[in-house]
Design a protein around this ligand. Structure first.
Ligand code: ZN
Length: 339
């Protein structure tokens, strides 16, 4: 059985560029209207650090609209997940520009006490937005998908009551951050883990529900749609300026692979790519209908411009009788399956 979970990272560009109205509020509002029409729900991965800092420094008047929207998502069953880009917390704002603290870019490499401070602070801010002092998100997604090295962050999340991670994309590799999700290609549709996201552990403290990927020849990544969206965000390098020679080299090394993991991305893929990827999963399901196949799709509010494709994809899923769910909707099924 297949169920599809749509997740959307709710954030502006990773270096502080862009406005909340254009890159977050408006696209999320339109997406919510579409899903409501189809009586479906998605998971909103709220990037909490930037919202707290934007509010504290008073840099974007649409912060109130955004907080209001998050409350409405919560009330109407659009699950809220925790997404964190920790480089925001020590950020400064000068001459109309954010200066982020890239020494804290990868949460996993910080001391465990610092990780705990950041996670606690982010959950407290979400509770404050919702006016719910006991709210704890079920799920987490790391900024730039960085959940390695795994152990400290996994400990902290579990201690804080988070149960699901959705940072892994099988086959993923980033030389610059020493990220390597290639070993996860051997894993199933979901698994428990503790010390390494790649390594299934039946007694693991978190449940991994990875973003669905398919390994494809690298040149196939270059569709017009993806290249255009990529170009739009291409100034969002870590130093906020143009890419440095070393950054370019790292990116080139990431791409110099025969096979590349294409994420199931409903903002960047064409309808043909989306349905072809699902068709492969449907064929596997026909061959072995007893296993449970939660399929996690990803999108970003800042990439969301093609709403027609989203509608067509929802229509395709309905036609194929594939339910659209949330992590809350499938969690028990995964746990009861003794993954
Ligand atoms: Zn993000």
């Amino acid at each position: 059985m297949i169920e599809c979970i749509f997740t959307i990272d709710y954030e502006i560009y990773g270096n502080g560029y862009g406005s909340l109205g254009e890159l977050v509020y408006e696209p999320a509002e339109r997406l919510k209207a579409i899903f409501s029409k189809w009586n479906a729900r998605f998971v909103t991965f709220v990037e909490v650090a930037e919202l707290e800092m934007i509010e504290a420094k008073g840099t974007d008047s649409d912060i109130d609209l955004v907080k209001d929207q998050i409350q409405k998502f919560f009330k109407e069953g659009f699950e809220l997940g925790l997404h964190l880009h920790p480089q925001w917390y020590n950020a400064g704002y000068e001459n109309s520009k954010w200066h982020l603290d890239y020494s804290e870019y990868n949460l996993c490499t910080l001391p465990e006490e610092r990780i705990a401070q950041i996670v606690e602070r982010s959950i407290a801010y979400l509770r404050n937005i919702l006016g719910e002092s006991d709210f704890t998100p079920l799920s987490f997604r790391a900024g730039n998908w960085l959940f390695q090295p795994t152990q400290s962050l996994a400990n902290v999340l579990s201690e804080q009551g988070i149960k699901v991670d959705s940072s892994v994309f099988k086959g993923g590799m980033q030389h610059q951050h020493k990220l390597d999700y290639r070993p996860a290609l051997r894993n199933g549709y979901y698994w428990r883990f503790s010390t390494d996201t790649n390594v299934p552990d039946s007694k693991g403290i978190l449940l991994e529900l990875p973003i669905h990927t398919q390994m494809i020849p690298a040149w196939k990544m270059l569709t017009a749609k993806r290249v255009n969206i990529q170009r739009k965000g291409s100034f969002t390098t870590q130093n906020g300026k143009t890419r440095t020679g070393q950054n370019k080299l790292y990116r080139l090394m990431d791409f110099m692979r025969l096979q590349y993991p294409l994420k199931l991305d409903f903002c960047r893929m064409t309808i043909n790519e989306l349905t072809c990827m699902m068709d492969i999963i449907i064929r596997a399901d026909h061959e072995n209908p007893t296993s449970f196949r939660p399929i996690i799709a990803i999108g970003h509010t800042k990439d969301l411009v093609d709403f027609e494709t989203v509608e067509s994809f929802l229509s395709y899923l309905e036609q194929k009788r594939i339910a659209v769910s949330t992590f809350e909707g499938i969690y028990d099924k995964c746990v009861n399956a003794h993954c």
